[in-house]
Design a protein around this ligand. Structure first.
Ligand code: AMP
Length: 295
């Protein structure tokens, strides 16, 4: 067993014992849309997490600086620390946070991908980044996230994998014709590292015309979701954080949606999951795009 997983398991046991970790229980249902078995979790306790976060926001508390010692997993790099996500739906959900404050709405840099690669190489799972409030981020301090595919006998799956079989393995951005939203996806080589992940991120930013040429560190120009597995990286441009009060973050674009109650579940069934994603993402024709202006 690898050291990172051992530390995550140890911290999980400890954090549960002292009451620092809140696992939110969910009922779930599958809605199949165009061959994608979307997993919809019904999270009646979402208010509990939101109330806690609203109180912290009001008191201007940054939960990651200082972070809760009981949730600390390990140091990752000189610039990043690994924590357990305080409110998880799946066990062993980790956060990769910057040691010093950096805004969530700034571009990711190579150092962020070095920390991400470190975790992904040791823990097979779905990594993601909600770049800004419009992309579903609730915390302004830079944090990437990773949910392992296997934890404590539970399996977390990525439903969109069902339609990614034709993904070509050239390391070039492409689009999945079925996805009705502005996105780019790129295959990753088996021996990826932080530099390769960063290069793929840059290729996707250029593909979507977010940047032209090198990336200047600083504020992002667009809100987006970034999803990374050991096999591919997907970037989706966002237009709004929710549709009809159904919030969507990166997990939604993996095919894992969250609704607050049965009413929202019925609405989602009527709307269909792909249309929900289309409603919260940017749309349009890539060939018509000019480079996004810097604000
Ligand atoms: P996001 O909502 O995507 O910005 O991710 C931030 C995550 O931080 C949420 O999923 C919360 O569950 C989690 N969170 C909130 N407060 C804390 C805390 N004190 N320690 C660790 N994780 C937290």
């Amino acid at each position: 067993m690898n050291e990172l997983l051992t530390k995550i398991q140890h911290t999980t046991r400890h954090a549960k014992q002292v009451g620092a970790l809140h696992s939110l229980t969910t009922a779930q249902e599958v809605i199949v849309d165009h061959g994608i078995p979307f997993v919809v979790r019904i999270l009646e306790q979402l208010d509990r997490k939101e109330n806690y976060q609203a109180k912290q926001e009001k008191a201007k508390v940054n939960p990651f600086l200082p972070y809760e010692q009981d949730l600390f997993v390990c140091d990752l790099t000189p610039h990043h620390v690994c924590l357990l996500n305080k409110f998880n739906v799946v066990d062993h959900h980790i956060l990769i946070i910057t040691r010093e404050f950096q805004p969530q709405e700034t571009w990711l840099m190579e150092a962020d991908f070095t920390a991400l690669a470190h975790c992904l190489q040791r823990l097979d799972g779905l990594a993601f980044y909600n770049a800004g409030a419009i992309a579903g981020a609730s915390q302004p301090h830079k944090h990437l996230q990773l949910i392992p595919f296997q934890s404590n006998g539970e399996t977390f799956s990525v439903p969109i994998d069902q339609v990614l079989s034709q993904l070509n393995d050239r390391m070039q951005p492409q689009q999945i014709p079925l996805f009705p939203f502005m996105h780019g996806i790129i295959s990753l080589p088996q021996d990826y590292d932080g530099k390769i992940l960063f290069d793929c991120y840059l290729a996707l930013l250029r593909f979507l015309r977010f940047i032209d040429g090198p990336l200047n560190p600083g504020w992002q120009t667009q809100a987006y979701n970034l999803l990374v597995t050991r096999r591919w990286m997907l970037l989706v441009q966002r237009a709004q954080d929710q549709y009809e009060k159904i919030p969507v973050n990166s997990l939604g674009f993996a095919g894992a949606l969250l609704v607050r109650n049965q009413m929202q579940l019925s609405l989602l069934k009527k709307l269909t999951p792909l249309q929900l994603l289309a409603s919260v993402a940017a749309r349009g024709d890539l060939s018509q795009r000019a480079i996004a202006p810097f604000e």
